[in-house]
Design a protein around this ligand. Structure first.
Ligand code: GLY
Length: 318
């Protein structure tokens, strides 16, 4: 497994194992391309983690902080979420997102939305303003409009880079069949912990590249893509949704923290479960209520960054 980080692995591990919030940890997906310059990923993930910590230091909740971090990543065209998301086989963007508050277990999610620039904002409104957890498709778009969330043309979410990838996959799909090219992954996520052990998590994605229209992966599913409980941990998953759903990856990792694992050990065990039981590629980030953090992935790269109170800037790895 290749390693590129701003610190050595041992230095990262020491900082991840440190106790005490506030802290924010983000990922930019386990599908991070090996051929890309790591600096592109460092910049975006660091900006996101720092935005999240600023919210906590100004008195915002962990949910506000995780949302602020997710927003930065949704707006960064480098990542597969919001603007710059992967395209379906029909050549459109279809977005999924979810959020969860670990203190109250309130959660919200949207799936298959095509005209919302920041689906994490719509997920948050589902969480705060409705008795529901997940709203999909046209119903979610109507709800977002009623909530005052700006709507955009689908085409405005499509970047030249994703259009070029779609053209490539479309050509391959004509020869090999569509299902054989539907494996490329990417998601963004954030977990936040405050000084009192309150937790939250957010995740957002365009899903797998060239996915069938209407396909939904793990990201908007509470327990699979996102989970937070102050009595356990907060987690955001990334990777092949079909595999992550089968092992409910985020909850599996959080339960391990409740049973006594450190977040770092829980992340490694959860990704091991993903591979052993569901033959899946992916990764996860976790924050524990004591402020310890963890990450693990079984892909060549997963972009990620974190910051704690007292650090002058976030530290990133890919
Ligand atoms: N993990 C994102 C997806 O499979 O949709």
């Amino acid at each position: 497994m290749s390693y590129a980080g701003e610190l050595t692995k041992a230095e990262f591990d020491r900082l991840l194992d440190r106790r005490g919030g506030p802290a924010v940890l983000v990922h930019g997906g386990a599908g991070t391309r090996v051929e890309d310059d790591p600096a592109l990923y460092f910049a975006g993930t660091k900006r996101a983690a720092e935005a999240g910590l600023r919210v906590l230091l100004q008195g915002g909740s962990p949910l506000d902080a995780a949302q602020a971090a997710a927003l930065v990543l949704e707006d960064d065209p480098q990542f597969n979420a919001g603007t710059g998301a992967a395209l379906t086989s029909a050549g459109e963007v279809e977005l999924d997102a979810s959020c969860m508050d670990g203190t109250t277990l309130r959660a919200g999610a949207v799936a298959c939305v095509k005209t919302i620039q920041n689906p994490i904002l719509a997920a948050r409104r589902v969480c705060d303003d409705t008795p529901h957890v997940l709203i999909c498709g046209p119903g979610a778009e109507v709800f977002a409009r009623e909530s005052g969330i700006p709507q955009v043309e689908n085409a405005s979410l499509i970047t030249p880079r994703q259009r070029a990838r779609w053209e490539e996959l479309h050509e391959q799909a004509q020869k090999l069949g569509a299902d054989s090219v539907r494996k490329k992954i990417g998601t963004i996520g954030a977990v936040a912990v405050d000084a009192h052990g309150h937790l939250a998590a957010c995740s957002s994605t365009g899903g797998t590249m060239y996915k069938r229209p209407g396909r939904v992966g793990d990201t908007p599913i509470i327990g699979a893509g996102t989970y937070a409980d102050d009595h356990e941990a907060a987690a955001s998953s990334t990777g092949l949704g079909e595999a992550i759903l089968k092992v409910t990856l985020a909850r599996a990792a959080c339960l391990r923290v409740r049973e006594g694992d450190s977040p770092r050990a829980a992340a490694i065990a959860a990704v091991g479960l993903l591979r052993e039981r569901a033959h899946g590629d992916g990764g996860i980030i976790i924050a524990g209520p004591d402020g310890r953090l963890g990450w693990a992935y079984n892909t060549p790269r997963m972009s990620r960054a974190f910051i704690r109170e007292g650090m002058s800037s976030a530290k990133a790895a890919v």
